[in-house]
Design a protein around this ligand. Structure first.
Ligand SMILES: [Zn+2]
Length: 142
């Protein structure tokens, strides 16, 4: 059994709660079974064992940023999946391929994607070729 000091972010009340393990705490939190004993809010968090050493505000903000980042990352991943399924990968030849489609009216059933430098993108734009730059996360993180 582990005793955690929990804090309610809504009414700022701290209270103790017992859990079988730290993973049980995570499980309960995920399933929204953790609520404030006073106001029933689900905005309840585990406080650190030595709260006097930690600036709780900083910790909270970092957590939010991590959350925001993983949300953005998920969006990008979905976007990448869509692109991979619907576009043809041309690697570093992006600028070349984009031009050949534009100038030779080369028919391609799919759009293309690949890597290009900022300089390439600027040149393409000057030539009236539409290219969209998107953030890309390497697959190796999976
Ligand atoms: Zn509360």
């Amino acid at each position: 059994m582990i005793k955690y000091k929990l804090i309610c972010r809504d009414c700022n009340i701290k209270f103790d709660s017992w859990f079988a393990s730290s993973s049980e705490y995570e499980k309960l939190k995920k399933r929204k079974f953790l609520n404030c004993h006073t106001c029933n809010s689900l905005n309840v968090e585990k406080t650190l064992m030595a709260p006097q050493l930690i600036n709780s505000k900083t910790k909270y903000d970092t957590k939010l940023d991590t959350l925001k980042y993983s949300k953005i990352k998920k969006t990008i991943k979905n976007y990448q999946k869509f692109i991979k399924n619907n576009f043809q990968y041309v690697g570093d030849n992006f600028a070349y391929e984009a031009r050949s489609i534009h100038y030779n009216n080369k028919k391609k059933s799919k759009g293309i994607y690949g890597s290009a430098t900022k300089r390439d993108l600027k040149d393409l734009k000057d030539e009236g070729i539409e290219a969209q730059m998107i953030p890309w996360i390497e697959d190796k993180e999976n």
